[in-house]
Design a protein around this ligand. Structure first.
Ligand SMILES: Cc1ncc(COP(=O)(O)O)c(C=O)c1O
Length: 392
């Protein structure tokens, strides 16, 4: 197994011996520096690998067990999340979610935020319907209420901020409480990315990503990942991936690593624009409410400030005039793209309740905005004209 920290510079006078995350995104997962070597890792298109003798899950051997194209991405993600073991790439974020859920014992108790990503809720709901687990949904921002649900739990699922309500969970306190109750803790770190928050540092056992979003960053890849520093858990996840077969394509993984190279720059830009837009939206007469953890008025602000390095680039707004007015805003936009998903270079917007599986507690007039890297004033001008049309 490769040492995920292999990209660290040796400690030298005046140098801390490890690199800042905005350097790691650029420098990690590169081929060895030997004469004539390529600067970027290759895409290896092979379904099988030469070998003799005993084979275990995770050995190179066969393309469902492993692929050299996965290694640079898996090492880079581990380094960013602060894991001494490489991450594991999956065919999609939801495949990564399913793999993490497979760590539950049969019939185990899962505590999950009521506003988790609707796909994660749907998978957990399906498993609960057939008796594979017992699901307890909670208001994740209410630490005491979550703690009360942890008795007898086997797994606490965290999503912070939640999708799409942007609630902030108290990472460290909840992780400690879950461990005291004997439960594993899994955190979906898709919204925040490891540049905004590193759950493993708060004691979380397993981190899950929809790589499709910020990590890949260009709305052209579906991919997922799991990271854990626990060897026994990682072995089970490797076995799950090898047997259930939701494996990543070599080219998709290569594209994701290419996307990661600009992660810090993209986030710096989109986050600054999100803060600007959130403030203006808060003051707009066509907007009933704004959720953005960076706003001092936001209920999650203090908690987010304490545990995050950045407030992210997703904003939720409630449009005055209900679902119809919210749809009018989406229709009237010319630059913002009306589409689901998030974390790409282009700004996306959608009314979340258009998804039939979205929980009913998500308001009908909620629009989720994924702020991209376009010019901030162009984005604002487009939003302002669309909000005006909806109020006319
Ligand atoms: C927070 C979160 N987790 C997981 C997923 C699932 O990822 P994917 O669409 O890559 O399967 C999504 C997708 O929107 C998401 O927003």
């Amino acid at each position: 197994m490769t040492d995920a920290a292999s990209n660290a510079l040796p400690a030298a006078e005046g140098h801390p011996g490890h690199l800042a995350p905005d350097t790691v995104v650029v420098s990690a997962g590169r081929p060895e520096r030997v004469h004539d070597a390529a600067v970027n890792p290759p895409v290896v298109l092979s379904s099988t690998f030469v070998g003799r003798g005993e084979v275990e899950h995770g050995d190179r051997a066969y393309g469902r067990y492993s692929n050299p194209s996965w290694d640079p991405f898996e090492e880079t993600l581990a380094e960013l999340e602060g894991s001494r073991l490489p991450g594991l790439v999956f065919a999609s974020g939801l495949a990564a979610v399913s793999a993490a859920l497979s760590l539950l014992p049969p019939g185990g108790v899962l505590v999950m935020p009521q506003h988790s990503y609707q796909g994660s809720l749907a998978v957990a709901g399906q498993l609960a319907d057939r008796g594979a687990l017992t699901l307890r949904t909670v208001e994740i921002a209410d630490t005491e209420a979550v703690k009360a649900q942890l008795a007898g739990a086997d797994m606490l699922w965290l999503e912070t901020p939640t999708n799409p309500m942007l609630e902030i969970a108290e990472l460290k306190a909840l992780t400690e409480a879950a461990h005291a109750a004997g439960a594993l803790v899994v955190a979906d770190n898709t919204f925040s990315t490891p540049l905004g928050q590193r759950p493993l540092e708060s004691g979380v056992d397993v981190v899950v990503h929809s790589v499709t979003k910020y990590l890949a960053g260009h709305s052209d890849v579906i991919l997922g990942a799991v990271v854990t520093p626990d060897e026994a858990l990682r072995r089970r996840l490797v076995e799950h991936r090898s047997l259930h077969g939701a494996v990543a394509g070599p080219f998709e993984t290569w594209l994701a690593l290419r996307g990661v190279r600009t992660l810090a720059l993209r986030i710096e830009r989109s986050q600054a624009t999100a803060a600007l837009l959130a403030g203006r939206l808060l003051a707009h007469p066509g907007v009933e409410a704004v959720r953005y953890p960076g706003l001092v008025q936001d209920p999650g602000h203090e908690r987010a400030r304490a545990q995050m390095d950045g407030f992210g680039s997703i904003i939720a707004i409630l449009v005055k005039g209900g679902a119809e007015a919210a749809e009018t805003v989406v229709e009237a936009l010319r630059l913002w793209v009306p589409a689901t998903s998030l974390g790409g270079v282009e700004s996306l917007i959608e009314r979340r309740r258009r998804h039939v599986n979205e929980p009913e507690s998500v308001p009908e007039n909620l629009l989720r905005l994924s702020v991209g890297i376009e010019n901030p004033e162009d984005l604002w001008a487009d939003l302002a004209q669309a909000l005006e049309k909806a109020q006319a």
